[in-house]
Design a protein around this ligand. Structure first.
Ligand SMILES: NC(=O)c1ccc[n+]([C@@H]2O[C@H](COP(=O)([O-])OP(=O)(O)OC[C@H]3O[C@@H](n4cnc5c(N)ncnc54)[C@H](OP(=O)(O)O)[C@@H]3O)[C@@H](O)[C@H]2O)c1
Length: 278
C-alpha cells in the first residue's frame, strides 16, 4: 500500500549524490522544501559532507540503512545507469512493506528494469532530465506507471520543478522523443553556438566578443520565444525583413537542408535511445 503524500511533507531519499542530485536538492531546499525530510546517499563521504553543509539535509554512505531509517515516501535513483541494478537490487527487501514511489533519472533504464530489480508492484516514475538542470533551467520529461497515484505525480512535479519544467507523457516510448529533443538538445544548441562563434571570428570579431554576442543572442531568442504567444516560425518571419540580412542567412540554411538535417539527427537520437533501453 502506498502512503498518502503531501508534496511538502514527503520524506525523500536520493541514492547517488552527484551532479544531478545536488542540483535537485539545492533547488528543492532553496524553494523551501524542508531539509530534514531529505536524505542523500553516496559512496563519497566528502561529497556528502559538502552537500550537508550547504543544505542541512541528512546524509549516509549506506543506501539500504538510510532508506530504512528515513522511511522514505519516495526514492530518487540518481546513480549512473551502469550501476543501477547493483544499487537497486539490495533495496528490494528494505522497501517491500512500505512500497515507496521510485523515481529514476537514469538514461536508458526502463520501468520494467526497475520493477524486475526492486519488486513488481511498485509505483515507478521514469524521467529524462537534461543538463541545464544544473543551473535550474532544465526540461524533464516524465512517465508514470499505473501504480503511481495523482499525489505521487504531484510530488514528482514538485521535485523536478525545482530544476526547471516538468512535462508528463502517457507512453514510456515517448521518452525516446524527449531524449532526442531536450535530453540531447543542449548539445545541438552548443554546436550551433560553437559554429556561430567560429563564423564571428572569421568575420573579424575577437573570440570573446563572438562568444558574448552568440550566447546572449541564444538566451534572448529563447526568452523572447517563451514570452511570446506566437509560433517560433512566426517569430522568425518577423525578424526576416524582405531583402534584408537575416533573409540572406535563412536562405543559406534552407538551401543547405537544415530542416531535413535536424529531422534526420533527431530520428537518429531517438533510435539510439530505443536501442540503449534494449
Ligand atoms: N547530468 C545530466 O545532465 C543528466 C541528464 C539526464 C540524466 N542524467 C542521469 O542522472 C544520473 C546521475 O547523473 P550525474 O550526472 O548526477 O552523475 P554523477 O555526478 O556521477 O552522480 C552519480 C553519483 O552516484 C554515486 N554512486 C555510484 N555508485 C553508488 C552506489 N553504489 N551507491 C550510492 N551512490 C553511488 C557516484 O559516486 P562516484 O562518483 O564515487 O562513483 C556519484 O556521486 C545518471 O543516471 C544520468 O544518466 C544526468
Amino acid at each position: 500500500m502506498t502512503t498518502s503524500l503531501n508534496t511538502q511533507t514527503s520524506r525523500l531519499v536520493f541514492i547517488g549524490a552527484g551532479n544531478m542530485a545536488n542540483s535537485i536538492i539545492g533547488g528543492l531546499v532553496s524553494h523551501g522544501y524542508p531539509a530534514n525530510l531529505i536524505t542523500a546517499t553516496d559512496l563519497n563521504a566528502e561529497q556528502l559532507e559538502k552537500l550537508a553543509q550547504e543544505t542541512d539535509i541528512n546524509t549516509s554512505t549506506d543506501n539500504a540503512a538510510a532508506t530504512a531509517t528515513a522511511n522514505a515516501d519516495a526514492i530518487i535513483l540518481a546513480v549512473k545507469p551502469q550501476v543501477m541494478e547493483a544499487v537497486t537490487s539490495p533495496l528490494k527487501d528494505v522497501i517491500a512493506n512500505n512500497k515507496p514511489l521510485i523515481i529514476s533519472i537514469a538514461a536508458g533504464i526502463t520501468v520494467g528494469n526497475l520493477l524486475n530489480w526492486m519488486g513488481n508492484d511498485l509505483p515507478v516514475i521514469r524521467t529524462m532530465p537534461n543538463t541545464p538542470a544544473l543551473v535550474q533551467t532544465g526540461a524533464t520529461g516524465l512517465f508514470a506507471n499505473n501504480a503511481v497515484s495523482e499525489q505521487q505525480k504531484a510530488l514528482a512535479d514538485t521535485v523536478f520543478s525545482a530544476i526547471g519544467i516538468a512535462s508528463w507523457f502517457d507512453q514510456e516510448s515517448d521518452l525516446d522523443a524527449v531524449v532526442a529533443i531536450s535530453g540531447s538538445g543542449p548539445a545541438y544548441f552548443f554546436m550551433m553556438m560553437e559554429a556561430m562563434e567560429e563564423a564571428g571570428v572569421k568575420l573579424g570579431l575577437s573570440a570573446e566578443s563572438a562568444r558574448e554576442l552568440t550566447l546572449q543572442t541564444a538566451l534572448g531568442a529563447a526568452k523572447l520565444a517563451q514570452a511570446s504567444d506566437v509560433s517560433t516560425a512566426e517569430l522568425r518571419r518577423r525578424v526576416t525583413s524582405p531583402g534584408g540580412t537575416t533573409e540572406q542567412a535563412i536562405k543559406c540554411f534552407e538551401e543547405g537542408g537544415l530542416r531535413e538535417l535536424v529531422d534526420t539527427a533527431l530520428q537518429a537520437a531517438s533510435r539510439r535511445s530505443k536501442e540503449l533501453a534494449g
